[in-house]
Design a protein around this ligand. Structure first.
Ligand SMILES: *Cc1c(COP(=O)(O)O)cnc(C)c1O
Length: 246
């Protein structure tokens, strides 16, 4: 997926002005990290992580130019998506599911999301495939890989990754586009680097076997520049855009 660099919209109040500054800053840092690693800035997509952010703020961010929104909970996303469809001047935006997906939310998730980042089991894949088929949709997915023991609760273990990939490839209504990971939180972003390098290594190994996994969803506010240096094509940024979550 290509990111589109944006025509920044109009600013009407202080809140929007801060939001716009934050967004520009993030784009600047994405660009410079991409260039430093010999990559094209357009190959890194900014996904705004909006859990707990009220719909009015999401609308403002969309109208300032953000084009991809990531939500963690299906129920919360549902209301926000309806709000944006009804209220945003330009509602041609992508919705990403970046949180853990519960099995009883799969049907709604398929209705709502362009890309699901958190596929982590064959059972979940089978359910997604079933509801995508019913909806007449090809559901794009990423597989979430768990690379640490403690801090990340979800994701497939790397030992089980290849088997899951083969299974997903056999499901006609799923389109596997890549991998996602969430490292433990570190004060020092440099500490995330081995996790991001590991995810890219796993991707490269899988691609040697003939699968195509172009997308790497990795990097959050604290460490996205590191993630880009390691090959991230999607960064998921919350506090860096919207400020500290309440
Ligand atoms: C909240 C969240 C983010 C963004 O985190 P920040 O540190 O606020 O940028 C990214 N990815 C996932 C899966 C999240 O839940």
């Amino acid at each position: 997926m290509k990111s589109e660099f944006v025509n920044f919209g109009n600013v009407n109040n202080i809140g929007d002005a801060i939001l716009l500054e934050n967004i520009k800053n993030v784009f600047r840092k994405i660009s410079s990290a991409a260039i430093r690693s010999g990559r094209n800035p357009f190959d890194v997509k900014l996904i705004a992580a909006t859990k707990t952010v009220p719909p009015e703020r999401i609308k403002a961010a969309v109208e300032l130019g953000l084009r991809a929104i990531g939500e963690n909970r299906v129920q919360e996303a549902k209301g926000k998506i309806a709000y944006c469809k009804a209220n945003c001047a330009d509602c041609n935006i992508e919705w990403h599911m970046i949180g853990h997906l519960q099995k009883n939310k799969v049907k709604t998730a398929v209705e709502l999301f362009d890309l699901i980042h958190s596929l982590d089991s064959i059972e979940l894949a089978a359910l997604l495939n079933k509801y995508a088929e019913k909806a007449g949709k090809i559901q794009k997915v990423l597989i979430e890989v768990k690379l640490s023991e403690e801090a990340t609760k979800y994701g497939v273990k790397k030992e089980d990754l290849f088997h899951l990939i083969e299974s997903v490839y056999g499901m006609s209504n799923l389109k596997l586009e890549g991998l996602m990971t969430i490292p433990p939180y570190f004060e020092n972003p440099q500490m995330s680097q081995p996790y991001y390098r590991h995810l890219r290594y796993l991707r490269d190994e899988v691609e040697k076997k003939g699968f195509k996994l172009p997308e790497l969803s990795m990097g959050m506010t604290n460490d996205y520049e590191i993630a880009i240096l390691e090959g991230a094509t999607m960064v998921r940024i919350g506090t860096g855009i919207f400020g500290q979550r309440k």
